[in-house]
Design a protein around this ligand. Sequence first.
Ligand SMILES: *Cc1c(COP(=O)(O)O)cnc(C)c1O
Length: 379
Amino acid sequence: MRNVFKRPILSGRPTVAEIDLEALAFNYRQIRKRVPKRTGILAVVKADAYGHGALPISHKLEELGAEYLGVAISQEGVELRRGGVKAPILILGGIFPEEEEEVIRNDLTPVIFEMDSLVRLSKIAGRKRKKIKVHLKVDTGLGRLGVPFDQFPVFLKELKKVRNIEIEGILSHFSMTDREEAYSSSQWKKFQEVLAIAREAGLKSRYFHMANSANLTFFTQYSGNMVRPGIMLYGSYPSPKIEKLINLKPVLTLKTRIHFLKSVPAGTRISYGGTFSTRRESLIATLPVGYADGYSTFLSNQGEVLIRGRRAPVVGRVCMDLIMVDVTDIPGASKGDEVILIGRQGRERITADEIARKIGSISYEVLCLIGKRVPRVYR
Ligand SMILES: *Cc1c(COP(=O)(O)O)cnc(C)c1O
């Protein structure tokens, strides 16, 4: 049977996400400079590298020397292995029993926080006559995944009975980004206790890690011997305060072109529901991008785009595949003009953060929302 999926169907649609791998390298080096010399970097590439395309981003990070890569789910790890990624890969979100064999076969390292899961892995390891590496997660105050802090000593005792497992790392995760430093330091103290208890029990782990982007910037003392930056690799800040502390370059530019242009009289309704009506004779541009591409409906009558170095407002509702913008005040606006939705044009710039503020979200989500029908183009 002919494989109909083999050849990609090329689209002439000009809506693309340009990914600047040099900006990624710049951000990586900025982070490198901030953490102590012998501290490893576990580069987080979950959720398709925050929408940037997991495979090309991971290959670049390997080339830059990242010690580890982090994904959320095992499927993401398997995809990286199939794409030829050789670096160690940690599955941050843990794994399900159905995934254990595949995880081992693909040499992925799971994060573990339950004894029955360790027991099952130990059996698999025995059958395969090899040691299986895992990282042990302890909950020091996020309340999400991990052995609860006060149950850790008991967990350790049971752990002693489990054969063929190497605890390569011990980790926890911070809850706060910039407020309530006291809470972060209490979490860090608990983590230190965890490590002390583990040491006393004779557990020698190569890595101990806790800091994400926010905490490795704000609190370098929380580095452990590995840090786990995600969002900052992609040039966004986990909190506005951090902008002053570290200089980063946005990696992604979301762009398109003017698809259709029309001059309309005052009083013309634009888009579904007629939520916008022109107040003057207007030049309205239609752009081939919509919420199916990740441009949120919350940007209806709220968003702005860049054309010829100036801001043009989104008018009317965002549709699934199209939006309209008012270009009356942009001299010379023409069909085919480049339009920046996220990124820089001339001296103007629209960041994922700006969009996040408008829609009551965070840059992480804005980037992850960019749809899979938007081709990622690498520079
Ligand atoms: C997503 C994630 C990170 C990265 O967080 P950023 O805020 O993007 O730096 C680190 N550790 C864990 C466990 C995560 O889930």
